[in-house]
Ligand binder design. Structure first.
Ligand SMILES: C[S@@+](CC[C@H](N)C(=O)[O-])C[C@H]1O[C@@H](n2cnc3c(N)ncnc32)[C@H](O)[C@@H]1O
Length: 218
């Protein structure tokens, strides 16, 4: 059996995601309109941290750009407003550089092996004391696992918390969305914030030498 640690390792997954999130047809507005704990509220909550760098992994239309301070949004597909077109599994961010790394609806596709790789990447980009904000589809709604979706369970959340030695900073909550046209339940999301152990520092980078200096968070 071949292993899938990138979307591009599996042509069926790759073409399914290309169609599902075709930038010409996927608008993703419902998420931002219906969600109260992983929606527009994040603008205020993340800005309060006065971040040097916020990474929005799988950002789609990059809706937080210009609203969350120092945010870079990237996606594997070429949405018009992305800062970088790149899959999570290959994105080249500097280790321990981000105050906040967000995965809003982006880390539940493909095999478990791929999701493991993506979570590890995101943890590596997070500063000690920094935060990871996750929104994933809950298995209660899509009650299956296959090579296209890894719908999360409470056990998955607990497993990754332990694997990466993360602190649960904001408890796991469930958010429901409904389909506007049919008024029927559409998905159940699991949302939480992790914190990486350590003391968060602010960083300045010298424009000539590129030397990084750490400063205490005020
Ligand atoms: C449900 S949409 C969410 C978009 C956005 N985060 C939001 O909340 O509106 C999922 C996004 O994840 C992206 N995505 C899926 N797998 C990805 C990967 N391996 N690397 C980067 N982006 C990925 C998709 O292209 C799509 O834009």
């Amino acid at each position: 059996m071949t292993s899938t640690i990138r979307v591009s390792d599996d042509p069926i997954l790759e073409s399914t995601l290309d169609k599902m999130f075709d930038p010409m047809t996927f608008d993703g507005q419902l998420n931002i309109l219906q969600l109260n704990i992983a929606g527009l509220n994040l603008i205020e909550e993340v800005n309060k941290l006065d971040p040097d760098l916020v990474i929005d992994a799988g950002c789609g239309h990059n809706r937080f750009k210009g609203h969350i301070k120092n945010l870079i949004g990237f996606d594997r597909l070429g949405y018009p407003f992305v800062d970088l077109q790149m899959p999570i599994e290959d994105a080249p961010f500097r280790k321990e550089s981000a105050d906040v790394v967000m995965a809003l609806g982006a880390v539940h596709f493909g095999t478990r092996e791929l999701v493991e790789k993506q979570v590890s990447q995101m943890v590596s980009w997070t500063k000690p004391g920094g935060f990871l904000i996750f929104r994933v589809n809950h298995k209660m709604f899509f009650d299956y696992h296959n090579n296209i979706r890894m719908n999360w369970t409470l056990q998955d959340f607990e497993y990754f918390t332990k694997k990466h030695n993360l602190i649960v900073y904001k408890e796991l909550q469930y958010e429901h969305t409904i389909n506007h046209k049919t008024q029927t339940p559409e998905t159940i999301k699991m949302v939480w914030w992790w914190q990486k152990p350590g003391v968060r520092v602010k960083q300045t980078i010298d424009p000539v030498s590129c030397q990084i200096t750490n400063h205490p968070v005020q």
